[in-house]
Design a protein around this ligand. Structure first.
Ligand SMILES: NC(=O)c1ccc[n+]([C@@H]2O[C@H](COP(=O)([O-])OP(=O)(O)OC[C@H]3O[C@@H](n4cnc5c(N)ncnc54)[C@H](O)[C@@H]3O)[C@@H](O)[C@H]2O)c1
Length: 320
């Protein structure tokens, strides 16, 4: 298939491109390579992808409607996968406007491209953040999602509503994937697992919010990619899926596995809850199992050591 992937130099985008390229698909990647976190990591991911002859790339902001349209009209993809977004819950409190540009205007441009160039399927990243402060677990795709705790979650929920409207108006098949705390090699330096690992390695204290009383459904990147590829292949009319591990882990247990993997005790600095943070995430994946054949296989005891091994190698190769 010919697939256009936005956010291609990002964590999930890189792994998705790699997997689809290895299976012989033609991929056009787009990314604005912004400096929300170290762009050197994005360039390093991109260097790997550029070794494939079936990979093309353009540095582009999806908020730039004209340039985006020109690429889509030339490449004529059979699917668009939209992963480009301003991520991060806490950052959305300090920098609200960038979320509107990338996650709302950018997403509308993607939908407009789907309409204008009659794209046969759009798959886009939503987030567990849409469940906001809900207190019933595990979270089911049909649960109410009207109370996001930060702007980031509000933009992701808006994407789901916008996609629904475009499916309804123009018959564009759209699939939203609510990812739950994705981790693994080539991961995101702004996320807790990566930050904690770096701080433990350097012997600095790790800030643990809400006194460590938080739970997350940590999902290994390989499982996320399998679920995303299934969504691309099965191409539903209009669906939303949870992609999680279906296991909510205590933050302190995650830290303890990290300590074992690094073979160093963490210097834990207990802190109050941060505004916008949810206390727990936990995915009900029954629908994903049934319709996507999604069965996550990697537990954190197996996934965290793989992440740590990659991090050590990446740091030593790049003098970090
Ligand atoms: N990683 C997670 O745990 C997680 C959880 C829930 C949802 N998501 C969503 O999944 C998607 C991918 O996340 P990720 O973890 O790979 O994040 P990431 O930040 O590593 O990747 C996103 C990429 O998009 C690019 N980008 C951002 N704004 C852009 C724009 N306006 N135009 C073009 N490129 C732009 C960035 O440079 C980055 O490389 C995002 O939509 C994110 O919100 C991720």
């Amino acid at each position: 298939m010919k697939i256009l992937i936005t956010g291609a130099a990002g964590f999930i985008g890189f792994h998705l491109c790699k997997s689809l390229l290895e299976n012989g698909n033609d991929i056009f990647g787009i990314d604005n390579l912004n400096s929300y976190y170290d762009p050197q990591l994005k360039t390093a991911r991109l260097n790997h992808l550029q070794q494939f002859s079936n990979f093309e790339f353009s540095k582009l902001d999806i908020a730039d409607k004209e340039k985006l349209e020109s690429i889509v009209s030339k490449f004529q993809p059979e699917r668009i996968v939209n992963l480009a977004a301003q991520a991060g819950v806490r950052y959305s409190i300090e920098n609200p406007y960038v979320y509107l540009d990338s996650n709302i205007t950018g997403f509308l441009n993607i939908l407009e491209c789907c309409r204008k160039f009659e794209i046969k399927g759009l798959i886009y990243a939503s987030s567990s953040s849409v469940y906001g402060g809900n207190e019933t677990y595990p979270s089911h795709p049909e649960d109410k999602t009207e109370k996001p705790l930060a702007l980031y979650g509000a933009t992701k929920k808006s994407n789901e509503l916008m996609a629904y409207a475009y499916s309804n108006l123009y018959g564009i098949p759209t699939t939203g994937l609510r990812y739950f705390t994705v981790y693994g090699p080539w991961g995101r330096p702004d996320m807790a697992l990566y930050k904690f690992a770096e701080l433990i390695l350097s012997g600095d204290p790790i800030p643990v919010y809400n006194q460590g009383k938080m739970k997350r459904d940590f999902t290994y990147i390989d499982d996320i990619i399998k679920g995303t590829v299934a969504a691309i292949e099965r191409n539903f009319e209009n669906e939303i899926f949870n992609l999680g591990n279906n296991k909510s882990e205590n933050l302190m247990d995650m830290i303890s596995i990290l300590e074992t993997s690094i073979d160093t005790k963490a210097n834990v600095n207990l802190m109050p809850l941060q505004p916008g943070d949810v206390l727990e995430s936990y995915a009900d994946i029954e629908k994903s199992e049934k319709l996507l054949g999604y069965v996550p296989k990697t537990c954190i005891e197996e996934g965290i050591p793989k992440f740590v091994a990659w991090l050590k190698q990446y740091k030593s190769e790049n003098g970090k």
